[in-house]
Write a protein that binds this ligand. Structure first.
Ligand code: SF4
Length: 389
């Protein structure tokens, strides 16, 4: 499978900056190319267009005086006057009503290993049919997908893919889940909700990788269809969120707690960036918060940073820093602690917290031995949190 070839190179600790950037360009091409391979029939979905294609009225806005509106989808709560757009670039005030401009128009669509999201406790070794539109409500200086996340819908090539077609193609590709990913998926929430209802009916899972920057009401709506979420906990200070993401920490912490309460399977990703969020005392504080508020059995992924976008002058995260972060999380009491973007590292495997035996073996996004029986460790019988069948 094409994505596995590239996944190996994106994750290699030996990769140079030039190779990594080359990979990024190539992978974006592949998103479109593989999409076309997967959609051979003559249909309007084959037409790759630049410009606005689909719109849908948003349920999340409050009309204000003079035709202004206030968006209620995320904590930015943009006030938008007629003819203007919110910070995420994909929502527009048209005559006092607020519209999503990306409904049914993904600019990235690809069958990925679910390990790439990353989910390590959800149907290991299966395909997740993944998609994204343009736009994001954050402006992370280290974004891996900035070409689409920081773009307006008119700036990217998009496809016309109604929700029914997403589900049909996911099934044809033998995917077990549909993933809303690559950019912040809540900015295309209308599209996500409509796909999600059909995904559930088809017996597949809905999974998302999100920055968690969403207001409580839309989040609760999302929880009705969502089976699993991987939330980026990008740092553990407001300063980090303000300076590097144009966001805030507290709404993200609230989202994590809500997902837990709503019983959505939850995993956390922390991209460890040299000099920005790699202070071990803060990592410890974050891990203790996760244990206290979400539980010791919440899987956490410490992921390796590579220099790109606006942080090109920083080095890749040293392997020793990720190992220290993992050791810190384990000593804080977290039970499932992973290292990401270093294929072949023992921190990619799942170990039973009770008998300490390896129960899922991984190399990059490839899954090896699995020693689970009915969601329990095959050796000692300890239940392992996750969605296993
Ligand atoms: S979803 Fe977009 S328009 Fe709405 S508040 Fe957030 S950034 Fe603003």
């Amino acid at each position: 499978m094409k994505s596995l070839i590239f996944d190996k190179s994106i994750s290699s600790p030996q990769i140079t900056k030039r190779e990594f950037l080359k990979f990024c360009g190539k992978s974006l091409f592949l998103l479109s190319a593989s999409y076309l391979v997967g959609f051979p029939e003559t249909s309007k979905a084959q037409i790759v267009k630049k410009g606005l294609i689909g719109t849908k009225l948003s349920p999340y806005f409050t009309p204000l005086e003079g035709g202004e509106i206030q968006c209620e989808l995320c904590p930015h709560r943009c006030r938008v006057s007629k003819g203007k757009r919110g910070l995420c670039r994909v929502r527009e005030n048209r005559d006092g009503k607020y519209y999503s401009l990306v409904y049914g128009n993904p600019c990235a669509i690809h069958p990925d290993p679910i390990e790439k999201k990353p989910f390590f406790h959800v149907l290991p070794g299966t395909i997740s049919f993944s998609l994204a539109t343009a736009g994001c409500n954050f402006q992370c200086k280290f974004c891996q997908n900035w070409e689409i996340s920081q773009a307006s819908p008119e700036d990217v090539y998009s496809l016309d893919v109604p929700p029914e077609m997403v589900v049909r193609k996911a099934k044809e590709m033998r995917a077990h889940s549909v993933a809303y990913t690559y950019v912040e998926p809540t900015i295309f929430s209308e599209y996500m909700f409509d796909i999600g209802q059909l995904v559930k009916k088809a017996g597949l899972l809905n999974v998302c990788h999100s920055n968690g920057f969403i207001n409580p009401n839309p989040l609760r709506d999302l929880c009705k269809m969502l089976d699993a979420a991987n939330i980026d906990l990008k740092g553990f200070t407001d300063t980090f969120y303000h300076e590097l993401c144009s966001g805030e920490l507290n709404p993200v912490l609230k989202t994590l707690k809500t997902l837990k309460q709503e019983k959505v399977h939850l995993e956390i990703t922390n991209l460890v960036i040299p000099t920005k969020n790699d202070e071990i005392s803060l990592i410890k504080e974050m891990c203790l918060w996760v244990k206290r508020e979400l539980g010791a059995d919440t899987p956490i992924h410490f992921s390796r940073f590579y220099p790109l976008y606006k942080l090109r002058t920083l080095p890749p995260t040293p392997v020793s820093t990720l190992e220290k972060a993992r050791a810190t999380a384990l000593s804080a009491g977290l039970e499932y602690v992973y290292i990401g973007n270093i294929p072949g590292h023992e921190g990619e495997n799942t170990y039973c917290p009770k008998c300490k035996k390896m129960i899922i073996q991984r190399t990059g996004y490839m899954v090896g031995e699995i020693h689970l029986k009915g969601g329990k460790c095959r050796y000692c019988g300890k239940p392992i949190p996750g969605i296993w069948s």
